[in-house]
Ligand binder design. Structure first.
Ligand code: SF4
Ligand code: SF4
Length: 346
């Protein structure tokens, strides 16, 4: 079911990192097995502390916290760019040089190590403009490697990305409950030499997120777990969790509880959205309601994301349709989420 990946204990004695490193596929980069995403509430000093502990892969985006996150990253890496592996999410068109330059300028760097196209529709992943953009920006030295990050139609987007063949890294949202569906994808990615970064791994796993870490790290092909961490204590817990031995009995229990925990919660497959005859962004609305509103620290993100959606469903326009809810194989009360988002976030 799962296979151990090549763990390289960080053996550099000088300034010995507290966290193990793994190769990020064929990129030639080595990154820590637990790494920093940049979510809400992250202080610059917490990031600096993480980097000092060896958690030196940081992924950021211009969009997080209305631009505050990327500025915090810039501050945290100032004077130590050489110690950091930098991931940057591209939220603009693949020919928009100005946006790319502005993001790099904000970060105070000449280039990113990995740039991630942020795509949530498999058909869009196949659009040749992304390959063209990636090749052009690579030639211009804007980044060294190209990644694909996705959290909607996730499995299909990843498969499309693998078919395209030019990605070096994939970064899906993923939890233990998705293992059966995603393992063949991870196996294929590993075989093709791609690095795999997991994000949003704690979704609906409250209470077991650190215990589950060794099980994620033992999954085929996984390089690192990337998550926003807002306290020194959680940095330490993440690192400790990454060193914990694999407990097979705990694995059985965690997998079973992950399935139960995910039942009725969104897996971000996007099928509800595909079913919507009005083209409403149903899955994004469910994400805002189901995920963000369940975590106090993400309420602002929920608000911003919802308000940024171009086509939110409205109950007065939906009528009795309910095709989205009927399309959901995970039993998510989609109509309830639409109503809740409309009430709380609009
Ligand atoms: S609500 Fe259901 S169908 Fe829609 S994205 Fe979530 S799991 Fe998939
Ligand atoms: S209920 Fe509304 S959001 Fe859902 S499928 Fe129908 S029109 Fe789309």
């Amino acid at each position: 079911m799962v296979a151990g990946s090549s763990v390289q204990a960080a053996e550099e004695n000088a300034g010995k990192p507290a966290v193990a490193l793994r190769k990020l596929g064929k990129t030639g980069l080595k990154v820590p097995v637990v790494s920093l995403g940049t979510g809400p509430g992250q202080e610059v000093n917490v990031m600096k502390f993480a980097i000092a502990q060896g958690m030196n892969f940081i992924h950021t985006s211009v969009g997080y916290k209305k631009g505050q996150s990327i500025q915090n990253v810039a501050e945290a890496i100032k004077g130590q760019r050489d110690k950091v592996v930098l991931g940057l999410k591209i939220t603009w068109e693949p020919d928009d040089d100005q946006a790319m330059d502005k993001a790099l300028e904000t970060l105070g760097v000449d280039s990113a190590d990995v740039a991630f196209f942020n795509i949530h529709e498999a058909d869009q992943v196949r659009d040749p403009k992304y390959r063209r953009g990636a090749e052009r920006w690579k030639k211009m030295g804007k980044f060294k490697h190209i990644g694909l990050t996705t959290h909607k139609e996730t499995a299909e987007c990843l498969k499309a990305g693998l078919d395209e063949g030019f990605y070096d890294v994939i970064m899906p949202s993923y939890t233990l409950s998705m293992e059966e569906e995603f393992l063949p994808i991870f196996e294929r990615a590993e075989k093709a030499g791609l690095g795999i970064i997991l994000m949003k791994t704690h979704k609906n796993l409250t209470g077991s997120e650190f215990e589950v870490t060794p099980h994620y790290l033992a999954t085929t092909g996984i390089t690192t777990i990337n998550r926003g961490v807002s306290s020194f204590a959680d940095i330490k817990k993440m690192i400790e969790a990454s060193k914990a031995p694999l407990d097979k009995q705990a694995g059985i229990r965690l997998r079973a509880s992950a399935q139960v925990a995910m039942s009725g919660h969104c897996r971000m497959c996007g099928e509800c959205e595909t079913a919507c005859p009005q083209g409403f962004q149903v899955a994004d609305v469910v994400r805002c309601s189901d995920y963000y509103l369940e975590h106090a620290e993400y309420v602002e993100t929920a608000y911003d994301t919802y308000r940024g959606l171009a086509r939110t469903p409205r109950t007065d326009l939906c009528g009795d349709c309910n095709l989205c809810e009927r399309a959901c194989r995970n039993g998510v009360p989609v109509a309830h989420h639409i109503r809740r988002a409309e009430t709380v976030l609009a």
